[in-house]
Ligand binder design. Structure first.
Ligand code: ADP
Ligand code: MG
Length: 679
């Protein structure tokens, strides 16, 4: 694992946890990983840091408290018991020592490793004050630095904390039911796929599974961000970390640990936290030059002014915590806010990208429409009954989860049809399915795919199929007929498109594997610039590539057949990703629900965080450079420098924290047709 530690940015004095373990191949920051240890002045080796961030920050709080009290004590003694000068000095000396120790140790460690980074600046400032025997100043500088670190770790190690929150969602134990029907308690981590467990009302699901018996309502807000309870009956999927509300259910385990949707979500948060934005990469790159430059200016200042206080102030204020934190704090807050809404952003750079999106390409079925198709026509060829047509189609479609397949299966179930045994099932994405039943090959799929397979399908679609989606059914080389479907446009589609335009998206297109007449109808009802029907997965990719020439493109799909198109866009957004590995894996942003308004929220949040980042950067630089100039000309005392340094960091942390509550209204009232709008 140690080779795969994403850990190149140990150059700040911010106490931020920079060294999350994560897989090398997920990282696209273009830096070498794992060669150096992170060296924040919290004095810890971040490699070891797993879920124990709180212990470390407690240690820092302790140092800061004890040292702070001693330093304060020396001031009090000075003020009220001036004759106790020795005691006051001792108090200041020990205070400074305790406060400075963690900072100096880290700086020394850095030096030993041959790295010249910002930690040395502060350490040097403190040392200079100590050498001057100005223990109070040294203590105060170190105190404010520690406080900065504490505030920062508490507020901004958001990923760590959201993961801890997620871990709390899954119970440690589960009630396993053995073959004899007896129930016994086991550790949740010992559950295996195929185990049968019982979950009572009020309990959380420990793993992903399928309900075998019983029914209940489930609150899936922890994953989807939607607190409206969902009804679940036998055969439906339940997810680790969601809460069982009303009924006792027995569940067959389908996924455990990191394979569960919650596990994937955790992984995504870790990845996002470990990834870096371009701005941070630039700061990383120049960090190596920054410290020597500052040291040189400090030396020149001293040479001309011989004023040690100016130099100390300069060194303290030159430590650019505020600038270094400007981006990560905002981004982590935004990613956390998004996660709360069931929007999972895999890489932080995707957030920056999302703020620049100028074009959207939507899939139709399951994305702009709700994908809950219903069969409206069963048209057999001569001598073929609708029941025969349906039974043949449903036998093969049983193994697919395409919206058309689901509609066919549903109807066959309602009609209580006997289905045939099928062997050799195969699904050709975006085309159709095939399998062998009773010795003959059955195919269900689109017209031109049937033709490719040598079937005689009429060139033009039957007239009565206008406005319907159509699939053809064949047995061996005989066409059995066609099935017509209808689908509904999602209620939020219209709102989404107008919201996106308001957010500055200039072009919205739709691609679909469906027929021209259906595509026309949907495009007509929505405010769409361009659409393309009859697409194969690869035609969708081509379409996206074309739009990409003039735009930064986001592709939205349901992730079932759309993985290649999602990957082709600058940003791939998968809908309804809860429980769908393909959707989660193929996209750069995974929406756990099918609520389209989340997409506008994502763009809104991305833009807002960009504004916050820019504010932070301007503000941070103003403080650092302004403070440096004031120090050089002798207008800054070391203590003021320390206070301003801590203050500016605080301002940035709080400014970023504004993002955390974005979009809260979406999680509260979750009626997709509500008039609530982004902005
Ligand atoms: P869309 O772009 O509308 O989401 P897809 O790319 O998923 O459509 O599929 C395109 C077409 O391929 C469908 O309209 C349907 O005719 C056919 N098709 C895909 N999968 C299946 C399947 N499992 N059964 C029958 N037809 C299918
Ligand atoms: Mg689709």
């Amino acid at each position: 694992m140690s080779e795969h530690i994403h850990n190149h940015s140990g150059d700040c004095c911010c106490g931020h946890d920079h060294g999350h373990k994560h897989d090398h191949d997920h990282c696209n920051c273009g830096h070498e990983h794992g060669k150096e240890d992170s060296t924040c002045i919290c004095g810890h080796d971040h490699k070891a840091e797993g879920g124990v961030g709180h212990d470390r920050s407690m240690g820092r709080v302790f140092f800061a408290l004890v040292g702070g009290i001693l330093t304060a004590n020396s001031f009090i003694l000075n003020a009220w018991l001036p004759e106790q000068e020795f005691a006051a000095n001792m108090s200041a000396l020990f205070g400074a020592f305790i406060l400075a120790l963690p900072i100096i140790i880290t700086a020394v460690k850095d030096l030993v490793r041959g790295k010249v980074y910002m930690n040395e600046l502060v350490a040097l400032a403190i040392l200079a004050a100590l050498v001057k025997a100005d223990f109070q100043t040294a203590g105060i500088i170190a105190f404010f630095l520690l406080v900065t670190i504490i505030i920062e770790t508490r507020t901004a190690s958001g990923a760590q904390r959201s993961i801890e929150e997620l871990i709390k969602l899954t119970p440690n134990t589960a009630n396993l039911i053995d073959e004899k029907g007896n129930e016994r308690e086991v550790a949740a981590q010992d559950l295996k796929v195929g185990d049968r467990i019982r979950i009572r009302p009020g309990e959380n699901f420990p793993v992903d599974g399928r309900i075998a018996s019983g029914e209940s309502t489930v609150n899936q807000a922890s994953i989807t961000g939607e607190s409206v309870p969902v009804e679940k009956v036998a055969g439906e999927d339940v997810f680790a970390g969601t809460q069982n509300l009303t009924g006792a259910v027995e569940v067959i385990v389908t996924k455990v640990g990191g394979d569960t949707t919650l596990g994937k979500v955790k992984e995504m948060i870790m990845q996002a936290e470990a990834s870096r934005t371009p701005v941070v990469r630039i700061i990383d790159r120049y960090a190596g030059y920054y410290t020597p430059t500052v040291l040189m200016i400090a030396w020149i200042t001293w040479w001309f002014s011989r004023d040690m206080n100016s130099v100390i102030a300069f060194l303290v204020i030159a430590c650019p915590c505020a600038v270094v934190l400007a981006t990560p704090t905002a981004v982590v807050a935004a990613v956390a806010a998004a996660a709360r809404l069931g929007i999972f952003i895999k890489n932080i750079s995707h957030l920056e990208l999302a703020s620049r999106i100028s074009a959207f390409v939507f899939d139709k079925t399951g994305t702009l429409t709700d994908g809950l198709l219903s069969v409206v026509k069963l048209q057999g060829t001569e001598g073929v009954s609708p029941a025969e047509l349906l039974s043949c189609a449903a036998s093969v479609e049983r193994f697919s989860n395409h919206p058309t397949a689901l509609a066919i299966i549903k109807l066959a179930e309602e009609a209580e049809l006997e289905l045939d045994e099928v062997t050799g099932f195969a699904e050709v994405h975006g085309r159709g399915v095939s399998g062998t039943a009773n010795g003959s090959i059955c195919r269900v799929g689109r017209a031109n795919w049937m033709r490719e397979n040598g079937l005689n399908v009429p060139e033009s679609d039957p007239e009565e199929a206008a406005g319907m989606s159509v699939v053809y059914v064949s047995k061996d080389d005989k066409l059995l007929g066609w099935i017509g479907f209808r689908d509904k446009i999602r209620k939020e589609s219209q709102v989404l498109l107008s919201d996106l335009r308001r957010l500055g998206v200039r072009y919205c297109a739709m691609v679909t594997g469906d027929r021209q007449s259906v595509a026309e109808e949907v495009a007509g009802q929505l405010n769409i610039d361009e659409f393309k029907s009859g697409c194969l997965p690869e035609t969708k990719v081509e379409f996206v590539e074309n739009v990409k020439r003039d735009h930064t493109v986001a592709v939205v799909g349901d992730g079932v057949n759309d993985a290649p198109a999602l990957a082709a866009g600058d940003l791939g957004i998968a809908m309804g990703a809860i429980g769908s590995d393909i959707a989660i894996n193929s996209a750069s942003v995974a929406l756990m629900t099918n609520d389209l308004r989340r997409i506008a929220m994502l763009i809104f949040l991305a833009k807002k965080s960009q504004v916050v980042i820019n504010q932070n950067l301007v503000f941070g630089m103003l403080f650092v450079f302004g403070g440096m100039i004031l120090s050089i000309v002798g207008l800054m005392t070391p203590i003021w420098a320390a206070v301003i340094h801590a203050g500016s960091t605080l301002v940035i942390v709080f400014n970023s924290a504004r993002l955390v509550r974005t979009g809260e209204e979406l999680t509260l009232a979750d009626k997709p047709d509500s008039e609530k709008q982004v902005s």
